[in-house]
Design a protein around this ligand. Sequence first.
Ligand SMILES: *Cc1c(COP(=O)(O)O)cnc(C)c1O
Length: 231
Amino acid sequence: MTDYSYVKDQLDEVIQNISLAAQKSGRNPEEIKLVAVTKTFPPEAVMAAYEHGHRSFGENRVQELASKKELLPADIEWHLIGHLQSNKAVKAVGSCKVIHSVDSEELIRRLNRISEGGGGIQSILLEVNVSGEDTKFGIRDDEQLFRCVEVALISPHIKLEGLMTMAPFEAKDGELRKIFSAVRELRSRLEEKFYTRLPELSMGMSSDYFQAIAEGATIVRIGTAIFGKRA
Ligand SMILES: *Cc1c(COP(=O)(O)O)cnc(C)c1O
């Protein structure tokens, strides 16, 4: 069995870096939530972070999330960060605190119906793609985004918390800042247009969370820097 005792040190380092990045941009580190991304890592790796006091974890597949959730302590807050197919929506609603990757009206309507059935309210983020990169999911078109926001706001069992984005892997420092600031500005436009508050900006991964925090990220999703390289 792999020894995951390194996880606590890397977790501490990431938490410290988040704090430094926040201070450098004049922000309060407490405004930034760390979602530790555990995809492909076994429950023992999650437990190493859990025993060190961490409670928020992210997975990109519903099935993997649900099977880990079953084995792990109930006070873990699970975030679904990967693309959600509508046929897996039931499982997602049953197991996730926040679904970060919502990108269609149809999916919002479906999530609303499912949460209504369960009597709950599902928190979601809308995934946007501001770089227009082909390989990524996410809403690219303003009109489509406006319709998604509208549908989310009139859905009584959906709580729209904000936006999520993934920057292209190969983007350099300046480009990253532009992408993240574009998402922040998009959030402000939506808040004005719909007279609503969208407090959360989920952006920043192991390789770009400094830039994301500088541009206002409130949730960072970090895997590799905590758990190591994925197989
Ligand atoms: C895997 C993943 C992450 C974490 O990526 P790292 O580079 O390992 O930090 C963040 N967000 C999403 C959507 C992911 O799928």
